[in-house]
Design a protein around this ligand. Sequence first.
Ligand SMILES: [Zn+2]
Length: 209
Amino acid sequence: MGENKKMRRPPIPNPVQRELWIKSGGRCEFRGCNKYLYKDGVTQQPRNLAHIAHIVSWTPAGPRGNENSEKLATDISNLMLTCSEHNNLIDDANYVDKYPIELLQRFKREHEERIFRVTGMGQDYGVRIVKMWSKIQDQVPQISDQGIYDAIQPYYPLEDTLNIDLSQVEYISSAMETIRKIVDLHLLSNQKQEKYCLFLMSKIPYSCY
Ligand SMILES: [Zn+2]
């Protein structure tokens, strides 16, 4: 001590930051988190929420710091894109024993391999979502888009969902008519073969149709 000069964390060069954003898919790399880091949770507007955490601290005195600290300070293999919560956890001296170098390296490797595999999925994985709903005991059932995305993984939804709204329909015959019209129209305008994924929240006879 005695010197006023405070050590500064070396800036991470832009190409290294860019590579880290791409490899992490813009999501927190801490195992089990996966938080998306480019959207404000409240306003839903684009916003950079990411931190860059060092597995081996950039200074030998820091968490997991060692004789390689200086060399690894801006090395992509030593950096993790994280949310603020996990950035704090990784930098918390009380948790260094719980999260040693090898474990954090494994988190990073697992995350980046998964992002690479998932974003490499071709168009074969697109499915057409068909949502059909009717009143069931005077209630109109709901299913969230997120629930559907979770259910169809590892497939992804094609852009236009086929919605069949039977909530105003009273009789089976008119329900059948509505279903046929919507399906025929879709098939007519869409000559390609597609995979379909059906989410039927309607009275049983409609679903059988
Ligand atoms: Zn996180």
